[in-house]
Write a protein that binds this ligand. Structure first.
Ligand code: SAH
Length: 504
């Protein structure tokens, strides 16, 4: 029994633009044969047993005959083969030729459409491909004409009368395209948009005219892949462009938080248009030793349990669970949290904080506690092994009996080699620090001279004044500091900074 081949359109680049059906097939395929224009992120959904076969980059690309033969050969072994292609498999994707070969070989197949480059380029450049006010015809054309001779098989007369034309594979033939369209009657002043790497974080859109596009593209050094959109409708971009107007568009931002913590922050930055580089400088390990066991055993005897981070909450609750107890063990102890994120984490365990101060640093917690009178109170502070001592020291001065409980420790994170190489090359704009420990661990990743070179090129964005001070003392130029010392606060400070710096 032969397997089956799925000709799947991967869309232009943005991982969100692969269809649900496409993703499902990628995740269960035995073999994936993919093109270089396909975002490698799609492959992360593949099973670890899947065979991943790239068809190569030009000029070392496999020939079409080799690709088709490979599909047939793998399918004959009974495999489920996904043929993953950029955009749509049937739009200038040679999917038709592959399907013909599969039919001839008696291999069952399916076609899963994808968002084609013309549609994606137009949408992300803010150009509606059709609009009632701008005519009613739309053409897709390849710029890769059969023999590039005068007798190519495009009917230029008919094409030039289309209201809107999208050209694929035309980056190297803009002059020829202009000449042919103009000879056939199209005006040199017709608006044109050249969209390079549509839907990627580094998408570029150049608006020009048929007459000026060759010089403009040359000056802008616009390389393939690009899609050329010709027609008056391009002028609508001024009003409805959106993708490139997002506050952090074009900014490449390094997130130094630990892997499990980075998700929400990275997602928010991405939504604002940033390209996010995950650089997990730190990692957290829970501590569950005799001291922890003893403290958990007498938990109910404390007047206060103070959490200084969401991590502290997680590791404490995990230890509580491991010790065979649950939240009833808190007994009459009241709970204080350093800020809203920590309190939210606590509420995930069904516990409400009795105290959340207005300023989200240890000093805020002290101020709130002072008002309540802590003299003589027994206070437990589950926290990181290495942390600032302001909170326990001040509470002791105020007459409290304080017990610090190291419940987790920070270790060096595991930074992917590709990310590391990009950071070392200074190929980014902003590094974000959400704790002093992230600054310290980030700096330890690089040799001093490499670090200095990085610091000369990029700016730092910090979650609050203490982290900012650490970053400055270690040589960073801190241009962004959050006013509210939370991830939401840092995100909004970055968003304001991005709007300002993209405007200037
Ligand atoms: N099957 C693909 C087209 C493959 S031909 C599809 O449906 O999109 C390759 C051409 O597609 C490139 O030369 C370029 O013109 C266009 N293209 C592909 N990805 C693109 C992208 N992300 N941005 C702009 N143009 C793109």
């Amino acid at each position: 029994m032969p397997g089956k081949v799925y000709l799947v359109g991967a869309g232009p680049w943005d991982p969100g633009l692969l269809t649900i059906r496409g993703r499902e097939l990628v995740s269960r395929a035995d073999v994936i044969v993919y093109d270089y224009l396909v975002n490698p992120e799609h492959l992360e959904a593949a099973s670890s047993a899947a065979e991943l076969l790239p068809t190569g980059r030009p000029p070392n690309r496999m020939t079409q005959a080799e690709i088709s033969a490979l599909l047939v050969e793998r399918a004959k072994t009974g495999a489920e083969v996904v043929r993953l292609k950029g955009g749509d498999p049937f739009v200038f994707g040679r999917g038709g030729e592959e399907a013909e070969v599969l039919v001839a070989a008696g291999i069952p197949f399916e076609v899963i459409p994808g968002v084609t480059a013309a549609i994606a380029s137009a949408a992300y450049a803010g150009i509606p491909v059709t609009h009632r006010g701008y005519g009613s015809t739309l053409a897709f054309c390849t710029g890769h004409f059969r023999d590039d001779g005068p007798d190519d098989d495009v009917d230029w007369g008919a094409l030039s009368r289309m209201d809107t034309i999208a050209f694929y594979m035309a980056a190297k033939r803009l002059g020829r395209l202009r000449d042919r369209l103009c000879e056939a009657g199209r005006d040199l002043t017709t608006p044109v948009a050249l969209v390079r790497w549509a839907t990627r974080p580094d998408q570029r859109t150049l608006v020009s005219t048929l007459g000026a596009m060759v010089a403009d593209a040359e000056e802008a050094k616009l390389e393939p892949p690009l899609t050329v959109i010709v027609g008056d409708i391009v002028s609508l971009r001024d009003q409805i462009g959106w993708y490139e107007h997002r506050p952090l568009f074009g900014q490449r931002i390094v997130v130094t938080r630990s892997r499990p913590q980075a998700g929400v922050f990275a997602h928010r930055l991405h939504e604002l248009g940033a390209e996010v580089l995950a650089c997990p400088t730190i990692n957290f390990d829970g501590v569950f030793d005799d001291r922890v066991a003893a403290a958990l055993g007498e938990l109910g005897s404390y007047d206060w349990v103070l959490f200084t981070s969401a991590n502290g909450v997680d590791f404490f609750m995990e230890a509580l669970d491991q010790s065979g107890r649950d939240s009833r063990a808190f007994g009459g102890a009241r709970i204080g949290c350093v800020g809203p994120a920590t309190a939210r984490r606590l509420s995930g365990y069904g516990l409400k904080a009795d105290l959340v101060p207005e300023t989200f640093v240890a000093e805020g917690l002290i101020e709130s506690l002072t008002g309540l009178g802590v003299s003589g109170a027994r206070v437990l502070i589950p926290r990181a092994e290495v942390a600032r001592d302001v909170l326990p020291d001040t509470l002791k001065e105020l007459g409290a009996e304080v017990r610090i409980l190291p419940i987790y420790r920070t270790t060096a994170g595991d930074v992917p080699a590709a990310t590391r190489a990009r950071i070392e090359a200074g190929d980014f704009d902003v590094v974000t620090f959400t704790a002093s420990s992230t600054v310290e661990h980030f700096c330890r990743l690089f040799r001093p001279e490499v670090l200095t070179a990085i610091q000369e090129r990029v700016i730092a964005a910090c979650i609050g004044p203490i982290t900012a001070k650490t970053a400055q003392s270690m040589g960073f130029r801190v241009d962004v500091t959050a006013e509210e010392y939370t991830i939401a606060g840092l995100t909004s400070a970055l968003s304001n900074w991005g709007t300002w710096s993209n405007d200037t």
